[in-house]
Design a protein around this ligand. Structure first.
Ligand code: ADP
Ligand code: UDP
Length: 245
């Protein structure tokens, strides 16, 4: 597959065209940003880990009937994906209170919910990714009703699968952000990435944060935390592949 023009450079990845108009190459960087780009830095080796972890998890989701953009890992940092039109919603699923949820509602971090929650924000950096509900998403014509239902169904199903995978790794899946996209035939698939950049992952026993919050909150040991989650995933992925979800 030939890599052609760079189409986009984001905060964490670059996106390239290929000689197939339906396929793109994404290239994962070590750059890290937080607070809508106000905090910037580098997490050494992050791109390699996020690339591999996303691919392993998306392949597992595919096996469990969740359509994704994943096609083929090309190298340490590069992956071939199906080109989609990104649905401009950040879809956030939570199992435990943390981050903006705790801040907004004035509750401590670590409260385990009886049922997972879902929320959406409008993917728009200029506006600071404002929170919106289903009706707002429909009013703004960001999605159709059917698409929204599909996205919610997939998001909760993904949560069920990922919760089990991470629990095998002795990690609590606290919350995570997903992005979905539309293929040229209109089908909705999971796109973007699943990694410690986009998930909160806490050690199940100690509660130690093993995700991007180490960078956001200057806790130190960010690189080690990313390596630790990756190592635990590699140790447990075979068992995860055998689970009937
Ligand atoms: P950001 O744009 O938020 O800075 P990234 O640095 O991760 O994020 O850039 C990757 C961009 O590629 C994102 O805007 C994401 O929505 C988009 N993207 C992810 N997967 C696909 C795909 N399969 N097809 C088209 N665009 C995609
Ligand atoms: N998240 C993300 N990208 C964003 C915003 C959030 O990947 O632009 C992830 C974040 O890593 C966490 C979850 O979504 O796992 C929920 O984030 P939250 O709303 O608590 O916001 P934060 O406190 O991280 O700003």
């Amino acid at each position: 597959m030939e890599k052609k023009a760079q189409l986009y450079e984001g905060k964490a990845k670059k996106v390239y065209a290929t000689d197939d108009e339906n396929l793109l190459i994404v290239s994962y960087k070590d750059d890290a940003t937080a607070f809508n780009g106000q905090k910037r830095g580098t997490i050494e080796g992050k791109g390699v880990i996020n690339n591999k972890m996303s691919n392993i998890l998306m392949a597992l989701l595919e096996e469990n009937k969740i359509p994704t953009h994943f096609v083929k890992e090309l190298s340490d940092r590069e992956t071939l994906v199906k080109k989609v039109k990104i649905v401009p919603l950040e879809v956030i699923v939570r199992n435990v209170s943390a981050g903006s949820f705790s801040k907004k509602y004035g509750v401590e971090e670590g409260i385990v919910f009886d049922e997972p929650t879902i929320e959406f924000s409008y993917k728009n950096d200029e506006l600071g990714d404002p929170l919106l509900n289903d009706y707002h998403a429909l009013a703004l014509k960001l999605v159709t009703k059917d698409e929204l239902e599909t996205i919610k169904k997939y998001a909760f199903r993904i949560n069920e699968i990922l919760k089990k995978v991470w629990s095998l790794c002795k990690i609590t899946l606290v919350d995570f952000k997903l992005e979905f996209g539309k293929l040229s035939d209109g089908r909705i698939v999971l796109a973007d990435e699943i990694s410690p950049d986009t998930c909160r992952l806490w050690d199940s026993e100690s509660g130690k944060k093993l995700d991007k919050d180490r960078f956001r909150r200057d806790l130190g040991g960010t690189e080690d935390a990313y390596c630790e989650v990756m190592a635990r995933l590699m140790q447990n992925i075979k068992s995860a592949q055998e689970i009937k979800f």
